[in-house]
Design a protein around this ligand. Structure first.
Ligand code: NAP
Ligand code: HSE
Length: 432
């Protein structure tokens, strides 16, 4: 190979980082792949916009087809975002035998399987390391580093925006809306932060992790999702008082070959390794039967961290080009999809309940739990200063999600219960 021509779709936060890393690390890239790597064309929306990096105006186009259809371009790097239209661009690129590197988790969570199939059929690589946890090389760790093990559990802080918000609410009692604005200003949040705060961004990343970690087709619809928008200052304060830290946790858990994938605000014991992952940082905790506990930690977003993962994927493509083995690394799923039912998911739960402060109220509540064989690990009862109410905070021992759902519906029917204010999953006591 005399030189490699790359086409870039997008020159925003990540695209600018890609240009910078390819320029700054040209010597290292030359050393690894044996020839110069240069960016031939770049698709943007607005050619006049001021950029973080210098790209000659002749190389800019507002038409992605100019990049995809250029016969001299070997590899397409997609860092423009979007799902439906972007999917068509990438199918077209793969059909034209161009290798693809993408940072697009939204696209890979929904169309990853079809895109990977098309890549293999066309003898092309499709790599997407940057789509999960930005600069942390977690996908390669699952596929290569832990290839010989059987992974049974992954827990991830895979959304920087929500980790930033919960950290500030926990450490400084900051108000949710205020910190969300700060996260937007710092560029962590998506343009529309709903996907961040409602857990969808994390759910997309967990679907991708579960597919690779469990070698099973897991769709976005299989992930149960709850975001952080209803987390209150009171919930965070009770978590602290009981020795827990509130985090938005993605859980991918497998028992035999049945899996649960979910995202929800979760209470972790302060001693759990994920409890000390603060601010916008990400981490993925992986439990393998042979290796035991491992944790991968680092920046989950940002221009250069994310671009590092993108350009490392590019290096992977270029090494495969040299060895003429492109399109051979994707492995089809080993297992048929089996998703756990609520009867098969076991967890501890936190509940905060407002009750009428009258004789027998407490025993009516506890009997709902004991009737289903669910006992309590921790319990607090405090009088509220209004309306003759008391607040009860419970952390249960493990019970099935089904039992918990039924207890919740029975609680709301009790006349002594004014309101179930909040419920959270509790994880990390013992293994995982
Ligand atoms: P961004 O800053 O909004 O940049 C998007 C770029 O794509 C812009 O340069 C935009 O052009 C261009 N673009 C958008 N639609 C286009 C179209 N139809 N035709 C031509 N160009 C188009 O986004 P980003 O933060 O870099 O994110 C890019 C991708 O990486 C997304 O999939 C995101 O989820 C993923 N990702 C981002 C991060 C991060 O930290 N930002 C981390 C991990 C993954 P203009 O500049 O002219 O508007
Ligand atoms: N909005 C995402 C986050 C960016 O907050 O983690 C990285 O995917």
């Amino acid at each position: 190979m005399e030189s490699i021509s790359v086409g870039l779709l997008g020159l925003g936060t990540v695209g600018s980082g890609v240009v910078k890393i390819i320029e700054d690390h040209q010597d290292k890239l030359m050393h690894i792949v044996g020839c110069p790597v240069h960016i031939k064309k770049v698709a943007v929306q607005d050619k006049q916009k001021q950029r973080q990096v210098d790209v000659h105006p002749d190389r800019l186009t507002t038409n992605p087809a100019d990049v995809i259809e250029d016969p001299e371009i070997d590899v397409i790097i997609e860092v423009m975002g979007g799902i439906e239209r972007t999917k068509e661009y990438l199918f077209e690129a793969l059909k034209r035998k161009k290798h693809v590197v993408t940072a697009n988790k939204d696209l890979m969570a929904v169309y990853g399987t079809e895109l990977l199939k098309t890549a293999t059929e066309n003898g092309c690589d499709l790599f997407y390391e940057a789509s999960v946890a930005g600069g942390i090389p977690i996908l390669r760790s699952l596929v290569d580093g832990l290839a010989s093990d059987r992974i049974t559990k992954m827990m991830g802080i895979v959304n920087g925006t929500t980790n930033f918000i919960l950290t500030k609410m926990t450490k400084y009692n900051s108000a949710y809306e205020e910190v969300l604005k700060e996260a937007q200003a710092l560029g962590y949040a998506e343009a529309d932060p709903t996907a961040d705060v409602e857990g969808l961004d994390a759910a997309r990343k967990m679907a991708i992790l579960a597919r690779l970690g469990f070698s099973m087709e897991v769709d976005l619809e299989d992930v149960s999702v709850k975001g952080i928008s209803s987390v209150t200052e009171e919930d965070i304060n009770y978590s602290k008082r009981l020795g827990y830290t509130m985090k938005l946790i993605g859980i991918a858990d497998r028992t035999d070959e049945k899996v649960e994938v979910s995202v929800q605000p979760t209470l972790l014991p302060d001693s759990h390794p994920l409890a000390s992952v603060h601010d916008e940082f990400n981490a993925v905790y992986v439990y393998g039967e042979a290796v035991g506990e491992t944790m991968f930690y680092g920046p989950g977003a940002g221009s250069l961290p994310t671009a590092t993962a993108v350009v490392s994927d590019l290096v992977g493509v270029l090494k495969n080009m040299r060895l003429e083995v492109n399109g051979r690394s994707a492995v089809s799923p080993q297992f048929e999809k089996q998703i756990k039912t609520p009867e098969e998911i076991f967890a501890q739960y936190f509940l905060r309940i407002h009750v009428r402060d009258e004789v027998g109220a407490f025993s009516q509540i506890t009997s709902l739990f004991s009737n289903r064989g669910v006992s309590f690990e921790k319990i607090l009862q405090l009088p509220l200063k209004k309306d003759g109410l008391a607040e009860i905070v419970i952390v249960t021992h493990k019970g099935s999600k089904k039992d918990f759902q039924e207890i919740l519906s029975q609680l709301s029917e009790l006349s002594v219960v004014k309101e179930v204010k909040s419920t959270y999953r509790v994880e990390g006591n013992g293994l995982g």
